[in-house]
Design a protein around this ligand. Structure first.
Ligand code: ADP
Length: 703
């Protein structure tokens, strides 16, 4: 049994189409992805090669910098050999301090004993003092009988021993000062007298030439006496403004004398022990700060320039560090494990101190490097100053020494720092992150974007192409269906006409009446055929969009009457009632007369075809909401909800079996809809299965 296929039945074609799209997508995406992969790999390879070349260049620079650093150390060590031979420890330390690299040093003699820095406790003082001394001491510190102490000390100031004599004078000065401050004395004059007596004592020591040739304990005493003298002079100035200038100039002279003791060696080779020197140096800086008249003193032009404050501070730091390191390296015994000229790291709290042993002719020197150590790596600084790479030096325990503090990413190169730095590494970083990774990321992103764009474009193009192909497939199907339907629909009237004509030709009829009946039948079939062909042609024109409408103001009543006239003969046969109800004062519509008649004829024809034996058909023309409405109602078979949605589609028929009574090929309503749409109108249907249907065409009125 032949069935006219609806568009829904074209799904196998659409399935094929889906496969085509899928294949197209695979055919496009797969090569694109592969191409992108190859391109990315190629870029990577090129970058790896360039990177390797660049790394090589930087590695060479790094090695060169390390070599330079090593060379400068070699020179440094050999110049140390030259410079420090036969120098006394104090001078050696002074020399080292003037060098660029060291923050401190410890000097040991041949026996391994530390000879610099020295503490006050290292220096031998006279321990056996006389009874009188003990008594004076007791009077001053235990009994607090300062007058008695003054008298007892006085006896000792006659001693032949310079040290004892100086200790006694200083004791006397202290006792006078204490007497001046004690509660027992209320008189201001007495206070002043005692202070001035104390200053007098101190003066004997402060301006004593003994400092040029005395030993270390005496030198310490003299320094203390000078400090005390400044303190007492200050007190005296606070007590009374009397003789202000005298005391100020006394302070100035004493201060000068005190400065002369600082970090110097006298003719006898004596110098202040490091702890004492640090104390005096700090006081010197403080006193200068606290006494504006020192800064304003006329002689300060020369002295101020001579007093190198940063230099003093640096020396204080060096002495302090060296003292501190004595704790780690009290004697040279520990140095036997230390390879010569190789840096070792010593942890001091959070920081690391780097120490290197230099074996001098008459002992060992351990040099300490901290902040100034950076100067050792100037060759690295110079080498990478204007490049994209930054260096970072790491010691043998992996601690940062110098260079870039917070490098970006991972190091791209590394080298050993050299023979003087066993286990040390110099690492190389890119200053602005890994430029290659960055470039690679950018390139990859460009490729991915380009690839994605290509895929999208290809998919869009593919989509359009497949849509066009799909349309073509659909059209072909429609054409095939159309041809099948047309052939089928044409065959029926043609074959019945042939049978009738053959009968007539063969003379197989009873009488003239029967012949006339046959001829009438032929005529009827012919008409049906013409009607069908008309429909096909209209559809064909419609398909090609060549339907040209002659739009002009037309009377709706005329249209309705012409349609009723057209179907009159057909409807006149059998039990069929056609009621035509045309409203009054209907406005004209702008329409193509013949086409609108075709619409109504198609609707009336359907009403006739799809109604039972007792047909009641009504054609009404009326106005509603500013529209001119044509309605065709019947009492026929009606339409289901499902059918209602589809009846305006081309070739749709509710009953698709060939055994159906009604002729037609599912084009009548689609032609009607096409014409109504061209008139900017609308067509709708209301139907109840088994009761009938009402088709309504609404057209806009003219003007
Ligand atoms: P056909 O040439 O098959 O009549 P149409 O496009 O005119 O094609 O109609 C499409 C289908 O709509 C018909 O096959 C029929 O099933 C249904 N139809 C149209 N008009 C009516 C009606 N007045 N009553 C019931 N069914 C109808």
């Amino acid at each position: 049994m032949f069935k006219v296929r609806s568009i829904r039945k074209l799904t196998p074609g659409l399935d094929q189409l889906r496969w085509v799209i899928l294949l197209l997508a695979v055919a496009v995406i797969l090569p694109t992805v592969c191409l992108l992969w190859f391109m990315t790999q190629a870029v990577k390879n090129v970058q790896i090669v360039t990177k390797q070349r660049l790394i090589k260049v930087y590695q060479e620079k790094l090695a060169e910098a390390a070599e330079k650093a090593c060379d400068s150390w070699k020179q440094e060590f050999s110049s140390l050999d030259e410079k420090i031979t036969s120098k006394k420890p104090f001078k050696v330390f002074g020399y080292l301090q003037d060098r660029l690299y060291y923050d401190g040093a410890i000097i040991y003699d041949k026996t391994g004993a530390r000879i610099y820095p020295l503490f006050s406790t290292d220096v031998n003082t006279i321990t056996e003092l006389s009874d009188t001394f003990a008594k004076a001491w007791q009077a001053e510190f235990e009994e607090e009988d300062y007058s008695k102490a003054v008298i007892l000390y006085e006896q000792l100031t006659k001693s032949d021993n310079t040290y004892i004599r100086f200790v006694a004078i200083l004791g006397q000065a202290r006792s006078h000062a204490k007497l001046g401050r004690s509660n027992k004395l209320v008189s201001y004059y007495e206070q002043k007298r005692e202070l001035e007596a104390a200053i007098g004592n101190c003066m004997r020591l402060a301006f004593n030439n003994e400092d040029k040739r005395c030993d270390i304990p005496t030198l310490t005493l003299l320094a203390n006496a000078r400090l005390l003298m400044i303190e007492l002079s200050d007190q005296r100035l606070r007590l009374s403004a009397n003789k202000k200038e005298y005391f100020e100039s006394l302070i100035w002279d004493t201060y000068h004398q005190l400065y002369e003791l600082l970090f110097k060696e006298n003719e006898a080779g004596s110098f202040l022990p490091s702890d004492q020197a640090i104390f005096v140096a700090r006081r010197i800086l403080d006193i200068y700060k606290q006494h504006p008249f020192l800064q304003k003193h006329p002689d300060n032009v020369n002295f101020g320039a001579k007093m190198d404050k940063p230099g003093i501070q640096r020396r204080i730091d060096a002495e302090e560090l060296s003292i501190c390191m004595v704790e780690h390296l009290p004697t040279a015994t520990i140095l036997s494990d230390w390879p010569k000229h190789q840096f070792q790291s010593i942890r001091k709290g959070e920081e690391s101190i780097y120490a290197v042993r230099h074996a001098a002719e008459d002992g060992n020197i351990v040099l300490f490097c901290k902040e100034r150590f950076i100067n050792c790596f100037r060759s690295f600084e110079e080498m990478f100053a204007n490049s994209d790479a930054a260096y970072r030096i790491i010691d043998d325990s992996g601690r940062f020494v110098t260079g870039v503090t917070q490098p970006e990413g991972k190091p791209f190169g590394a080298a050993l720092v050299g023979e003087h730095f066993p286990g040390w590494k110099a690492e190389l970083y890119f200053k602005h992150g890994d430029i290659f990774e960055e470039a690679e990321r950018k390139q990859r992103a460009t490729y991915i974007w380009a690839g994605t764009l290509m895929i999208v474009l290809m998919l869009v193009a593919g989509g359009f192409a497949s849509q066009a192909v799909g349309r073509q497939i659909k059209l072909n199907r429609l054409k095939n269906d159309f041809i099948a339907t047309v052939s089928h629909e044409l065959k029926t009237p043609l074959s019945s006409m042939r049978v009738l004509a053959d009968t007539l030709l063969e003379g197989n009829y009873k009488d003239q009446k029967q012949a006339s009946e046959y001829l009438e039948l032929i005529c009827k079939e012919n008409k049906r055929l013409s009607g069908l062909i008309d429909n096909f042609l209209t559809f064909s024109r419609m398909e090609r969009n060549k339907q040209a409408f002659e739009m002009e103001p037309t009377s709706p009543a005329a249209i309705a009457r012409a349609a009723a006239e057209a179907v009159k003969t057909k409807f006149g046969k059998g039990r069929c009632e056609l009621a035509v109800d045309i409203g009054d004062d209907l406005p004209d519509v702008v329409a193509d007369h013949d086409s609108t008649v075709t619409v109504l004829v198609n609707l009336l024809d359907n009403a006739y075809k799809y109604s039972g034996d007792d047909k009641e058909i009504e054609l009404k023309v009326f106005t509603e909401h500013d529209s001119v409405c044509f309605s065709v109602a019947d009492n026929g078979v009606g339409l289901s909800r499902r059918a209602l949605k589809k009846i305006f589609k081309r070739f749709y028929q509710v009953d698709t079996t060939l055994s159906r009574h009604a002729e037609g090929c599912g084009l009548g309503l689609s032609i009607a809809k096409f014409i109504v749409d061209a008139h900017e109108g609308s067509i709708s249907v209301e139907s109840t299965p088994g009761e009938g249907s009402t088709f309504t065409v609404k057209l806009p009125p003219a003007g």
